[in-house]
Design a protein around this ligand. Structure first.
Ligand code: NAD
Length: 771
């Protein structure tokens, strides 16, 4: 069975988000909710949910047009429309009676070969299927999405043993390939995997913070050391809503076995209860553990004193000298200060709890690690963290502190290991190692790195043989910024591939493909006013990217996350891009007072000029490229990157990040047979007349306050490049001519105090300055 049509019942927070994401997969979806009392518009709830999707930021939609795939309705008039759906997701209130009643209605109207699933986060399958027919149980399961459904990659799947296998497979495949989810099959236990461990961790962190008289800032900073998102535990509670905790805890209290350790710590602290009663439910309410001071003229961040419940000015808390490195973390966990002891209590309890839940909630550590990484955005799952710390070290400490030692850890052996061939294995409930099999169509650079040595390597980049004649160029500097090391390794790689391989993929498994040129490296040269060095860096980038473009083999970019500035420019020079759907790319150089200097102007302009059915003359194309670069437009998805021409029409999009490398490799392989490097492009540009037109536009922006004086200066240089400099429409300009113009404009701007101020501000704060 293929899923070609879907429906979502319940258009609240989750239902709307799930419907939007199904639409992101290009599938039509019916969205139903109840008819409100005395409603003039019977579809009011679903329609309002759709209107909200268009306004929400970050958007649940990868393209605003996707909303056209969502068709609103209500459960009184439109239930019969569900007969068309292959998959119906229920996302109504967390009430078993309401859900079970609805299922009976659904069973009557839905096709017998359609799958019905619930998005419940707390109700067990056995409760939801109570008193339902046998045939219903074969077509029903839980598909537990995390909020927000577009961005959180975890999907927990819980199915009855006798579910029709083809229905289960169809939904799992659809969720993986089309929705891009990391599917984790869970057992039917309370809170499934991620929320069971997540709640234990949150509650432990909260109780220990109060008991040890620590501040929320200290605790959040301590948690962040362990690869937890910066929100820490208190910021996370503010985000999800403090009022959720009492419900979740009481749910666990009712459903968990009597001896479960989460039950023992499950009482709601009086501070939390008092905050909720006063309306301090988090970001959606008056504020939470953090808030912005009310009625203040400027933004003042405040934090709750965990002892008194009063707000005070929040103070940034930094833990100096502790990196993410295992040695540092172990030292931190062993320290004698209150914060060290706090971190030990939270992590020793959480990691031990996770270890004690195998096989109750999962058969092996991999499922739990995946769930915590994808559902809570932890950099390492609990067992990956344990392996970093060393199981032996951890058990030793548990012993010293007279804390119980879980069976899974008592052998003091790591949770993961590599076999003789470098294949990854994972310890199971019986403490035996089993190989980890990647699903077909998933290729992990991490696996390849464990098995082989790099073909080339320096501090910023490496080249890997990924099989079948294809190599992968990997950047691995901080935020994957590009520097002379990454550029020179790219050049060397071209030589290696030319002689020994058939094609190249540019990819890495970090959160972000590349944040662009490394400005920190530029800074000393700027301070010294060493313009020769700056010019050399610009030239090195230009030559490298041109060499990639004209290499005698296909080059496929495979980015995910941010690809900014120089990171965007390298993609513009690839033969093809296979992008992860979550691609945020753009030429953002104007933000630091510069213009793209590594061929970004040249390539983006060429794309606009080469558009088929382009209106007459080069001016519309110049204006489009000008506006995109001057405003530093950044795509909010791969789909939107196509509209900005950062991606071309033929570039591919992969929804599941784990499939990106395999898809990019397949793309490169498909291009080898009749590969020819592109023909050099010849530009005919109008010169001064185009600049005059662009100048009028910028002047108007300045007059209406939308552009600063220095924006105008940068725009002038950008116009100089995009109009072809001192040329006229009859003079052909080569790509090298365009690169020379870029370099000239770049070197002019870099010497200006306005640019120096923007660069300095960006380096200090990470944010652009509008001077
Ligand atoms: P919500 O309160 O935002 O939305 C629930 C919607 O269901 C409302 O629009 C309501 O009008 C509608 N509804 C109630 N009865 C209905 C019926 N009989 N038929 C059709 N619609 C009906 O709730 P939510 O946060 O979207 O949660 C929905 C489900 O998702 C719950 O099972 C919840 O446990 C689960 N969940 C929530 C989150 C989260 O973060 N909010 C995360 C994962 C799972």
């Amino acid at each position: 069975m293929n899923i070609e049509r879907a429906a979502v019942v319940g258009a609240g927070v989750m239902g709307a988000g799930i419907a939007a994401h199904i639409a992101n997969a290009g599938i039509p979806v019916v969205l139903l909710d109840i008819v409100p009392d005395n409603a003039a518009n019977r579809n009011q709830i679903a329609e309002q949910a759709i209107a909200k999707m268009l306004a929400a930021q970050p958007s649940p939609l990868m393209h605003p047009n996707n909303v056209r795939l969502i068709s609103p309705g209500n459960i009184e008039d439109d239930l019969s429309r569900l007969a068309e759906a292959d998959w119906i997701v229920e996302a109504v209130l967390e009430d078993p009676d309401i859900k079970r009643n609805l299922y009976r209605q659904l069973e009557a109207v839905c096709r017998s070969d359609a799958l019905i699933s619930s998005n419940t986060s707390t109700l067990p399958l056995k409760v939801l299927t109570l008193q339902q027919s046998e045939s219903f149980k074969r077509r029903f399961m839980i598909t537990h999405f995390f909020n927000p459904p577009r961005y959180m990659r975890l999907l927990e799947l819980i199915a009855p043993v006798d579910i029709a296998p083809d229905l289960f497979d169809a939904v799992a495949k659809f969720a993986d390939l089309r929705l891009g989810k990391g599917c984790v099959t869970c057992k039917d236990t309370p809170g499934f995997i991620a929320n069971r461990i997540g709640t234990f961790w949150i509650q432990t962190a909260l109780l220990e913070a109060i008991a040890n008289n620590l501040t929320v800032e200290e605790c959040d900073a301590a948690m962040a050391l362990f690869g937890i998102p910066k929100t820490g535990v208190f910021g996370l509670l503010d985000l999800v809503g403090l009022d959720l905790m009492p419900h979740v805890l009481s749910g666990f209290k009712q459903s968990l076995p009597a001896k479960d350790r989460l039950r023992a710590i499950g009482a709601v602290p009086p501070l939390l209860r008092a905050m909720i009663e006063k309306g301090y439910t988090g970001r959606k309410g008056l504020g939470g553990f953090y808030r912005l001071k009310p009625d203040a003229d400027t933004k003042i961040k405040e934090a709750v004193d965990l002892q008194t419940g009063d707000y005070r000015v929040s103070e940034k808390f930094r833990i100096d000298g502790v990196s993410h490195r295992p040695e540092d973390l172990k030292k931190f966990l062993s320290g004698g200060e209150t914060l060290n002891r706090y971190a030990w209590r939270v992590w020793s309890d959480t990691l031990s709890y996770a270890a004690s839940l195998i096989p109750e909630i999962a058969d092996d550590p991999l499922a739990i690690d995946t769930a915590m990484r994808l559902g809570y955005n932890w950099r390492y799952g609990p067992f990956e963290l344990l392996d970093r710390l060393g199981v032996d070290w951890f058990v030793e400490r548990l012993q010293e502190k007279h804390q119980p030692i879980p069976y899974l850890l008592a052998d003091r052996q790591s949770l993961y290991r590599t076999d003789k061939q470098g294949l990854l294995e994972c310890k199971n409930e019986e403490r035996r190692y089993r190989p980890i099999h990647r699903p077909e169509g998933m290729l992990s650079l991490g696996d390849i790195k464990r098995r082989t040595a790099p073909l080339l390597k320096n501090a910023s980049a490496s080249l890997w043989d990924i099989g079948d004649g294809i190599v992968c160029l990997e950047f691995h500097s901080k935020m994957n910024t590009l520097d002379p090391d990454s550029l020179s390794l790219t050049q060397q790689s071209i030589g290696v591939v030319r002689d020994n391989f058939d094609g190249m993929v540019i990819h890495n498994e970090a959160e972000h493909f590349s944040a662009g040129a490394n400005l920190t490296l530029l800074a000393p040269a700027l301070l010294r006013q060493d313009w020769d060095t700056v010019a050399r860096i610009v030239e090195l980038g230009q030559q490298t990217y041109q060499a990639l473009k004209y290499a005698p083999f296909p080059v496929v970019g495979a980015p995910s996350g941010l690809a900014l500035g120089g990171g965007c420019e390298i993609l513009l020079h690839c033969d093809a891009v296979q992008a992860h759907a979550e691609l945020y790319t753009g030429l953002v150089e104007t933000g630091v007072g510069l213009v793209p200097g590594w061929g970004g102007c040249k390539e983006l302009l060429r794309r606009w000029l080469s558009l088929p059915n382009r209106p007459g003359g080069p001016m519309p194309a110049i204006s489009q490229a000008f506006e995109t670069i001057a405003l530093a437009k950044t795509s909010k998805s791969a789909l939107l990157a196509k509209e900005l021409l950062y991606l071309s029409e033929h570039d591919g999009i992969t929804m599941n990040k784990d499939r990106l490398l395999a898809d990019a490799k397949a793309r490169a392989l498909a291009m080898i047979a009749d590969y020819r490097p592109p023909e050099p492009y010849v530009y005919y540009l109008p010169g001064a007349s185009a600049r005059a037109a662009l100048d009028i536009a910028v002047r108007n922006l300045a007059l209406s306050g939308k552009a600063t004086a220095y924006d105008r200066e940068i725009a002038g240089q950008l116009a100089f490049v995009l109009s072809g400099g001192d040329t006229d429409s009859l003079d052909p300009l080569s790509e090298q001519d365009m690169l020379n113009l870029e370099r000239q404009a770049f070197l002019h701007l870099v010497k200006q105090p306005g640019t120096a101020a923007r660069l300095e501000h960006m380096l200090k704060t990470g944010k652009p300055l509008r001077n």
